[in-house]
Design a protein. Structure first.
Length: 114
């Protein structure tokens, strides 16, 4: 059973925007903090943003002020709205619980390039 499915990645120019989506199983969505993580080429996977079960949200310093984490309870989906994308945002983006407790999904590739 696939528990977390990410989508919405793509190729965007610096300064552009993208919105990522992560559809979660109902059990995960309703009982867990959720987060976004990313793995850039040649680097380890890193935390990007997360929430406290639909309450407060938290962001890494590298994305604070540019990315927004949100939930849609009706769709069991979390989003990562990304603005003012930079070259260094290029990575495969994943969602998972926060802290990580589930197998990783396939992720969605975000490429920022001119």
């Amino acid at each position: 059973q696939v528990e977390l499915v990410e989508s919405g990645g793509g190729l965007v120019q610096p300064g552009g925007s993208l919105r990522l989506s992560c559809a979660a199983s109902r059990s995960i969505f309703s009982t867990n903090n959720l987060g976004w993580y990313r793995q850039a080429p040649g680097k380890e996977r890193a935390w990007v943003a997360s929430d406290i079960r639909g309450g407060n949200t938290f962001y890494s310093d590298s994305v604070k002020g540019r990315f927004t984490f949100s939930r849609d309870n009706a769709k069991n989906t979390v989003y990562l709205q990304m603005y003012n994308l930079k070259l260094e945002d290029t990575a495969v983006y994943y969602c998972n619980t926060g802290p990580v407790t589930r197998p990783w999904g396939q992720g969605t590739q975000v490429t920022v390039s001119s």
